[in-house]
Design a protein around this ligand. Sequence first.
Ligand code: PLP
Length: 431
Amino acid sequence: MASSEDVFRKYQEYVATSFVKKVEPIAIAEGRGAYVRDLDGKEYLDCFSGISVANTGHCQEKVVKAIQDQAGRLLHCCTYMYHVAPAAELAERLAKIAPDGLRKTFFSNSGAEAIECALKMGKKFTRKHEVIALMCSFHGRTLGTLSVTGQWGRRRYDMGPYLGGVSFAPAPYCYRCSLGQTYPECGIQCAHMIEDIIEYSSSNNVAEFIAEPILGEGGIIVPPPEYFKTVKKIIDQHGIIFIDDEVQTGFGRTGRMFGIEHYQVTPDIMCLAKGIASGMPLGACMAKAEIADSYEPGDHLSTFGGNPVSCAAGVASLDVMLEQDLPKQSQTKGEYLLKRIRELQSTESIIGEVRGRGLMVGVELVEEHKHKTPAEGKAAKIKELLRMKGILVGVGGVKGNVVRIQPPLVITEQQLDTLIDHLAGSMREAR
Ligand code: PLP
């Protein structure tokens, strides 16, 4: 078997890794439940789930079995034939659990592709062409998805031109409100501004509004409870459809099956990926039938979309999520995690804000509280210290100063306690 050094060398020589500042110096070989193990046999408590993917846990038995069974029967079948494969089964199952009315699914291979599908579909359906997206949002790395990603400084330099006709509304980021307001006295001005954006910043040709129910890469930004209802009321009046990007918030991550369920709003299109198939590549764009049916032959297709093995993993993952009620587990464990980390706030002055829902938790770090100077370097340091102690977390946020905790939903309270103890220790060391 290759050694860790062999793997590092081959990566450095042959794999393009320039998309991250630094690849973690560990070579992961196996995973089980909430743990992964590297080639040297060291175990890590994975509190980031491979960027919020392994919701059912690594190598969940039932999912692995479904993949093995399907792989022995059929690996691939083209999109323009019916196939006795799990795509239809998964689409039906998704329609049963999705918010009301979302009935038809286009399968793809990734989150970005699901968003591309949605952006095109919304334009085709409305016969309009402009888009409203949120500042601080993240929707993927293709040219189309970057065009609606509201992080120009961090994600979009030197690769344009991007799509025109995109306007950005202020993020519902109460800790760092662009409008200088304080919630709830603000009356959620950021949501009401969408009316102004339609009037003054578009040519009144807006097809769609795209948003994540919780802004993940942006730093686990949780919009106020009435945010989406207010926005939906405004966009409905203008015939604008709502694209709900659930790539990161879907499949129990936030304590509900889909993040938008916290907001009592029904999207017109919903995009899924990441946790959908426990790690197999799969994306899905679900839409109301009349919207999905606006696509005409040739408008959209993906060679691998709806791959039988990925869809088999998707069906099995859904079974596991429902049998084990993972959304509920995520909610309960998330409340515990938030409470425990908030307790650290009294002693750890580096913590600016702790926020999240379910097992999607962000800890925003600051150098001082008055000006909320982002502690970017410290977030990276804490991540490194935790890794050395055998715990994996993520770092993100528009200022790069948010420690992201998004473990498999099967993680235990005891394992969360281990994380919290080490998090506290690492914060002190980083200080
Ligand atoms: N949308 C959101 C909210 C995401 O977090 C991501 C990825 O992090 C994407 C879209 C893009 O998904 P993918 O990396 O599968 O293309």
